[in-house]
Write a protein that binds this ligand. Structure first.
Ligand SMILES: Nc1ncnc2c1ncn2[C@@H]1O[C@H](COP(=O)(O)OP(=O)(O)OP(=O)(O)O)[C@@H](O)[C@H]1O
Ligand SMILES: [Mg+2]
Length: 506
């Protein structure tokens, strides 16, 4: 990624925090932090999962109250006690789990709470005109009459940004905005963010993608375990220096060594001419015992759909799947789990977790059978096993009885992995298993995958991160527009071959 010519903004601070602390029970989310956000700067927050990034973002937005410390806006001391008050000051957030009314139109969502009235009544016409003028002013367009629920994630994110702009935002907090975007959408967001900053809006940007942080930011603040390590000009940092600052350790090798697979090993999964109309066609491949197979391709190439079909979550229109020598005749998740498959789904919010339930429930629920004996459920063994698996997957938590919703985003992702690993599956299907997790946790997830392969368990790794695919796979499958465009092994696996195959039918 090319580095832009971004330097320090010589502007005054819009928001300043002095000696700010915030705890949740025994968890110290922020400890005595000093930081300021200047007018018109792009200021990134980086740190491992649970470091305190989102907490700081939410404090700016009035969603959390400080335990101690002072807040200044335009040099004057204020206390921001509610999101409503923050919005009045011009401090607005774009959340990762978008907070839109999906059954309403784009105009309704953008103008929500700011409708223009004519006499006593809301004027739909004037409200729409105002929204259109904001779109025009910022050169950011979404079909004003579209129903929000029918839009792509990227378009919905634009609606949230327009809503912020319509409320005259002076500072916008973006919390992991690109985690769910395709690469061209990410670039669009970057240029939008840069143009907003050029027009004087302050941007607080939270991201685990260090390349993007270095590319777009003026300054970066590093957090580690609630402590602010340093705030520095982005041009004075490198990926290496950021990782060292975030983890407190030298970088080391991210990927473990992957053992070679013998050509004569038994076949665990065999997929023949698998087809789901409009999603993917005639897919055939095999996975051997202990093999790690990477499944690459652009967003929308049919990767996730294929993975879900193998797991029994979707029914194929045509073709066959055999697992451990037996043909699968029934597409059913419970069936697949019984046969020895497990899946780490892509979206933790919508597919994976019971947010209002505890860690232990989320992790062990599908596998309670393991702890059953004639004496009933062995709770002690269940707890020990869950604690052990949380340690292995480096879940940072304050007890396995706490609700999953209070974990940081990346730690929620790790819970999904912990659950899948619990079942000791013969085949683990991992769909973007490291999305949103920090570099330390990534490393431990990679080590876990390598360990699974060491004991003869196979892995299908679906990922948009080419480095991850290259670093982890014995073999790589690439999909393009619903077709298998390449199968690569050994030295044929590299960035160029994968990218070429990914764009083959585009
Ligand atoms: N509402 C809450 N209740 C209890 N604990 C919380 C709450 N919000 C955050 N925490 C805890 O505070 C710490 C910091 O969390 P925060 O969400 O700020 O991390 P983060 O840096 O955004 O991590 P991630 O990269 O995983 O999103 C974590 O240990 C988290 O579990
Ligand atoms: Mg967070």
């Amino acid at each position: 990624m090319g580095r832009l010519n971004i330097t320090e903004k010589n502007t005054k601070a819009l928001v300043t925090f002095q000696n700010v602390s915030k705890s949740f029970g025994a968890t110290k989310a922020l400890i005595d932090c000093n930081v300021d956000f200047k007018k018109g700067e792009i200021h990134s927050l980086v740190g491992e999962n649970g470091a305190g990034k989102s907490t700081l973002g939410k404090i700016i937005l009035g969603a959390y109250k400080l335990d101690s410390g002072k807040t200044y806006v335009d040099g004057e001391e204020v206390s921001i006690n509610s999101p409503g008050q923050a919005v009045k000051i011009g401090l607005v957030g774009i959340s990762q789990e978008l907070s839109l009314l999906s059954s309403r139109t784009v105009v309704d969502n953008i103008a929500m709470g700011r409708e223009i009235t004519s006499g006593m009544f809301v004027s739909a016409k004037k409200t729409k005109e105002k929204v259109l003028s904001v779109m025009k002013h910022f050169n950011l367009f979404v079909n004003p009459d579209a129903i929000v629920g029918s839009l792509s994630v990227a378009e919905q994110q634009k609606v949230e940004i327009l809503r912020a702009l319509n409320s005259n935002a002076r500072l916008i907090v973006f919390d992991e905005p690109t985690a769910r975007l395709a690469s061209n959408e990410t670039e669009q967001l970057h240029s939008l963010v840069k143009s907003l900053a050029n027009n004087g809006t302050t941007i607080v940007y939270i991201s685990h993608f260090l390349d993007e942080v270095l590319t777009i930011s003026n300054r970066v603040t590093l957090l580690r375990n609630g402590k602010l390590i340093r705030t520095n000009l982005a041009k004075e940092e490198t990926k290496k220096s950021l990782i060292e600052g975030m983890t407190g350790k030298e970088e080391g090798n991210l990927f473990p060594s992957i053992k070679l697979i013998n050509e004569s090993s038994e076949t665990v999964l065999k997929v023949e001419n698998l087809t789901r109309k409009n999603e993917y066609q005639n897919i055939s491949f095999e996975i051997k015992k202990g093999e790690i197979v990477g499944l690459a391709g652009l967003v929308g190439s049919g990767r996730s759909e294929l993975a879900h079909t193998i797991f029994g979550d979707k029914k194929p229109d045509n073709g066959a799947i055999s697992f451990c020598g037996k043909k699968i005749t029934q597409s059913k998740v419970s069936n697949s789990i019984n046969l020895g498959m497990a899946m780490v789904p892509e979206s933790r919010r919508t597919q994976g977790l019971f947010l209002a339930r505890s860690l232990i429930e989320n992790i062990s629920l599908p596998y309670l059978g393991k702890f059953l004996s004639i004496y009933g459920l062995d709770k002690k063994q269940e707890r020990n096993t869950v604690n052990e698996i949380c340690n292995k997957t480096t879940v940072k938590h304050s007890g396995i009885d706490f609700e999953v919703q209070y974990l940081s985003g990346g730690n929620q992702q790790k819970i999904l992995f912990a659950r899948a690993a619990m079942g000791k599956p013969k085949l683990l299907i991992a769909d973007e298993p490291t999305r949103g997790v920090d570099i330390g946790a990534k490393k431990s997830i990679y080590e876990l995958i390598a360990k699974l392969s060491d004991v003869g368990e196979s892995v299908l790794l679906v990922s948009s991160e080419i480095e991850e695919i290259i670093g982890m796979s014995n073999r790589v499958l690439v999909m393009s527009r619903g077709r298998l465009s390449a199968q690569l092994i050994g030295t044929d696996i590299n960035k160029k071959t994968i990218m070429e195959a990914a764009f083959k039918y585009n």
